[in-house]
Design a binder for this molecule. Structure first.
Ligand code: HEC
Length: 108
């Protein structure tokens, strides 16, 4: 009885950190990036893991620089919303980075 209870708690705590977070990250990517960079899991394939980390470091200044001609993206990247979402988005992108072990992207 107690075990069942603990198991349920464990599942409730552990599962979201595997699945749900990346679903959120993918959702953010689809909403804000996929119109230009492609749908589904292809986005991560734009860059390697190390590249993604540097794009997202220091308040994403490199990403902002790359998109400086695109005011809407710059606005999003500078927003509080992005600050709250970027950790999950990065996690999603790392999972499908060009040098990750996950399902290969379509643009290899
Ligand atoms: C309105 C279209 C548009 C949107 C939306 C957009 N990008 Fe880009 N992105 C571009 C263009 C155009 C370039 C090429 C810039 C250059 O090379 O000078 C680029 C370049 C990049 C690069 C550099 C790698 C490469 O292929 O040149 C990365 C990484 C990137 N974008 C990630 C993102 C992420 C993450 C988002 C969502 C937060 C995003 N982009 C949203 C248009 C867009």
């Amino acid at each position: 009885m107690v075990y069942k209870f603990l198991l349920t708690i464990a599942i409730l705590v552990v599962l979201p950190s595997f699945g749900a977070q990346n679903v959120a990250g993918q959702k953010y990517y689809l909403k804000y990036c996929s119109s230009c960079h492609g749908k589904g899991n292809r986005g991560g394939g734009l860059a390697s893991k190390e590249e993604w980390k540097s794009y997202f470091s220091k308040e994403a200044e490199l990403l902002i620089f790359l998109h400086e001609d695109l005011p809407e993206i710059v606005k999003y990247l500078n927003s509080k919303k992005f600050k709250n979402q970027k950790r999950k988005m990065l996690k999603f992108l790392l999972e499908f980075a060009s040098d990750s072990d996950s399902i290969p992207s379509c643009n290899n």
